[in-house]
Design a protein around this ligand. Structure first.
Ligand SMILES: Nc1ncnc2c1ncn2[C@@H]1O[C@H](COP(=O)(O)OP(=O)(O)O)[C@@H](O)[C@H]1O
Ligand SMILES: [Mg+2]
Length: 367
């Protein structure tokens, strides 16, 4: 065969493999890199610092995982021994990425060592989608259940409250049962708050009155409420709101409720020693982004996945119902928006909300 033709073929194959977005590498049984594609090279640990153009003879765990021994979960050797492809996942190889790793053993190359191809696929987005689908399912089911229970409890509860209040009015101030009756009324009042929370959560799929309104104005009135709480807890409040109106469509009251939930949580997280609360609003293309950032306790990693679950709370009985974020999540989803969180324990927490801008901006009100 013509040499230049072979060169051409080689170039063609390399170009094809380099065009793949997924990292791909050929390694031997001693983890030496024999060949890699461009994506592998680009994702490797500090390729520029090493000043390398090739990894030939380098170890994959050094260059790709930044380790000085093979990755503990590596299946390459098993795969070669059993002569079977293997797949596993790793979330530690790249920060905040979930990778699916495939190894194909004993690729047929004239070589004295058995070679394996390793293929890395980023499944972070797929995983996030699966989780959000599972959550939506769980929330819908729980919403139905919670709504049913709340309705059932609502009328007997109203009875307890009404009769307790009536009895209280008729009791003389020195009645020995007066304090007990007050307890009954207060306890029923507490139940009412919980039942209302449950109903709010269950209402997730019945669209409430929607209107076209200026989000900035509505946030300003919510902030007036928040200011009172902030002063009490000695918290510094910083806000950054746009000067021009931002029009969105939906339920003004429910979006305000979400913001208030986030602010209440933030203030609670800073209840010892104060801190800073920052609220920002800005437009990003077709979206409006609201952030609520605090310098409070932060949320441990193992809680992050659960904070939007109904009834998940770390607060003592009587102080939290664990419904705030579950309700907020359902309200934002219902408004075709997204809510997300980032947190570092000991540093603070940021909640971010994205809502679509209204399709039709009212006359004279350009956002
Ligand atoms: N800003 C925050 N800082 C720290 N932890 C938070 C914050 N917001 C929420 N959390 C955590 O999420 C949990 C659930 O919040 P939420 O659904 O509002 O219920 P509740 O406030 O009744 O506990 C809280 O108990 C707390 O552990
Ligand atoms: Mg709360």
């Amino acid at each position: 065969m013509d040499v230049s033709f072979v060169e051409h073929l080689k170039k063609q194959w390399m170009a094809m493999i380099d065009a793949l977005e997924d990292p791909l590498v050929l390694i031997d049984q001693h983890y030496n890199i024999r060949r890699q594609n461009m994506a592998y090279f680009n994702r490797a640990v500090n390729p520029n610092q090493l000043g390398l153009t090739e990894f030939k003879g380098k170890k994959c765990y050094e260059e790709f995982a930044g380790r000085n021994s093979p990755c503990p979960d590596c299946n390459m050797k098993n795969s070669t021994r059993e002569n079977l492809p293997k797949t596993w996942t790793s979330s530690s190889l790249f920060a905040s990425k979930d990778l699916e790793i495939h190894v194909f053993p004993n690729v047929d190359v004239d070589d004295d060592d058995a070679l394996a191809v390793v293929h890395y696929r980023d499944i972070s987005q797929q995983k996030a989608l699966q989780e959000s689908l599972a959550r939506a399912d769980k929330l819908a089911a729980l919403g139905k259940l919670a709504g049913g229970v709340a309705h059932e409890i609502n009328s007997p509860l109203a009875g307890i409250m009404a009769f307790a209040q009536m009895a209280l009015r008729e009791m003389s101030p020195d009645d020995p049962h007066l304090e007990d009756m007050k307890e009954i009324e207060a306890a029923a009042q507490k139940c009412k708050v919980i039942v209302e929370g449950l109903l709010g959560f269950a209402r997730q799929d019945s669209p409430e009155s929607t209107e076209l309104y200026n989000l900035v104005e509505s946030i300003k009135s919510t902030l007036r409420l928040a200011r009172v709480m902030v002063i009490k807890e000695r918290i510094e409040l910083h806000t950054s709101l746009p000067a021009t109106p931002i029009y969105v469509e939906g339920s003004k009251g429910r979006i305000a409720q979400v913001l208030l939930n986030l602010i209440t949580n933030a203030i609670y997280a800073m209840r010892d020693g104060g801190g800073e609360l920052e609220i920002t609003v800005e437009t990003l293309g077709e979206l409006v982004e609201m952030t609520v950032r605090d310098t409070g306790t932060g949320i441990p990693k193992e809680h992050l996945k659960r904070i939007f679950d109904p009834f998940f709370t770390t607060k003592p009985v009587g102080e939290g119902t664990g419904l705030g974020l579950a309700i907020s999540y359902s309200i934002i989803t219902q408004h075709r928006g997204k809510i997300s969180v980032e947190s570092s324990p000991g540093v603070g927490t940021t909640f971010k909300i994205h809502l679509p801008l209204a399709q039709l901006q009212p006359p004279g009100g350009k956002a």
